[in-house]
Design a binder for this molecule. Structure first.
Ligand code: OVV
Length: 403
């Protein structure tokens, strides 16, 4: 006997890859290829998880939330066995049917009609930021632009007080590190988290959120009976967790792409209507959110390979977004690519509920750059920021030339 039985699933390759190690973060793409080519599903024995890195399987897992649930956590930690580091999110870490009601609330708060009201203000802020940076000439494209622009629009759109906003990026960094394994990144972030958590807890309260903002709009849904008074602060917390660092890294990705591929920046300058797709393609190309986990709710076959109940399945969104089975020239940043179907915002019932805010920020910034800037030159060595879930730079020294 070779240990196999008729009808048994073929062996799942076991890989000695740590996708939460610094060496991996420094250059993940060769290892993404190894993961994709090893098979439709692999096992990573460093963290005892199954993983999918091909587009078809990532898409399939995202679109079967009954089998691949979120309510046991979308990080490595299984909430069925371990106490979560904070009360679970009512949207991210929930499954239908509970998820459906909270999702509907945030979906309305971040709707196309709301984006229409925000657009002119966001566009004016983007133009002012680009004018200011053109006057400086040389600056850091991460701190001075990719962080500064979202910080100039998102906290106001939320309705946050001025005081304490410096806690927002550290809190988000913590949230995204906490999805990872108990490595140094996660443990250090949690160890320093008390002031960041205290700030966010306080700002989620109704009395601290200005009228007209996303936060007040969430609390208003208590009065209409859609959510309870206890649920509202937690839904505000979701926007504070997911609404800033993600767009920082999305805009950072787009800047890094346009700086590295000046021919694509030239194409954007020649046709401003490409701004929105240039941002979308940067989300595909860099995948600011690299990974999420699901947990199996039953024994399941993934492309003919058996996975038992209660197993963590790691989805490599970034690897799916460059799978040559799905994308032509996947490693090329092409602002006219048909980007639809990329999983940089996820897919299925959990598809990013804030994607319209992200796209609005990305579009107005790339449009302002395309109108006002002739060239983006990288003037120093970019350095990488390390996070268990987010991919992005710490620093990108650039020099802009006015159009
Ligand atoms: C998509 C996302 C990331 C991080 C946190 C949350 C959501 C949340 O709902 O808290």
């Amino acid at each position: 006997m070779d240990g196999r039985q008729a009808g048994a699933s073929p062996a799942i390759p076991i890989l000695d890859v740590d996708p939460f190690a610094m060496e991996f973060f420094a250059d993940p793409h060769p290892t993404h290829e190894v993961l994709r080519e090893a098979g439709p599903v692999v096992y990573l024995d460093k963290w005892n998880v199954f993983a999918v890195a091909r587009y078809a399987e990532v898409h399939a897992v995202l679109n079967d939330p009954q089998t691949f649930c979120s309510s046991r956590g979308v990080g490595l930690s299984d909430f069925a066995n371990e106490k979560p580091w904070r009360p679970p999110s009512l949207i991210l870490e929930a499954d239908p049917p509970a998820h459906t009601r909270t999702r509907a609330v945030l979906s309305k708060v971040l709707s196309p009609a709301v984006m229409k009201q925000l657009r002119d203000g966001f566009a004016a802020a983007a133009e002012a930021k680009v004018d200011e940076l053109l006057a400086r000439g040389s600056f850091d494209a991460i701190s001075d632009l990719a962080e500064a622009f979202p910080l100039s629009v998102f906290p106001d759109a939320m309705g946050l007080q001025q005081e304490g906003r410096e806690n927002l990026l550290p809190y988000a960094g913590l949230v995204f590190n906490a999805f990872g394994p108990p490595n140094e990144l996660r443990e250090a972030a949690i160890a320093r988290s008390a002031p960041h958590q205290a700030y966010v807890l306080e700002q989620c309260q109704r009395e601290n959120l200005a009228p007209g903002g996303f936060g007040a709009c969430i609390h208003a849904r208590v009065d209409s009976g859609d959510i309870t008074a206890a649920e509202a602060p937690l839904l505000v917390r979701s926007l504070l967790s997911a609404g800033l660092d993600t767009t920082v890294n999305g805009i950072g990705a787009a800047l890094y792409c346009l700086a590295r591929y000046p021919q694509e920046f030239a194409r954007l300058r020649a046709d401003l209507s490409l701004a929105r797709n240039a941002f979308e393609e940067a989300v595909r190309y860099e995948s600011p959110v690299q990974t999420f986990f699901r947990t199996t709710t039953r024994d399941v076959e993934i492309s003919g390979h058996r996975v038992g109940e209660g197993e963590k399945v790691l989805m490599f969104l970034a690897a799916a977004n460059r799978d040559p089975r799905r994308w032509a020239e996947p490693d090329r940043y092409d602002i006219t690519r048909k980007t639809s179907g990329h999983v940089g915002f996820g897919s299925g019932v959990h598809l990013c509920v804030g994607q319209l805010v992200a796209r609005l920020e990305g579009e107005v910034m790339l449009s302002a750059l395309a109108r006002k800037v002739a060239s983006i030159e990288i003037t120093g060595k970019p350095t990488r920021r390390f996070n268990n879930t987010l991919r992005g730079l710490e620093s990108l020294p650039v020099k802009l030339t006015a159009a």
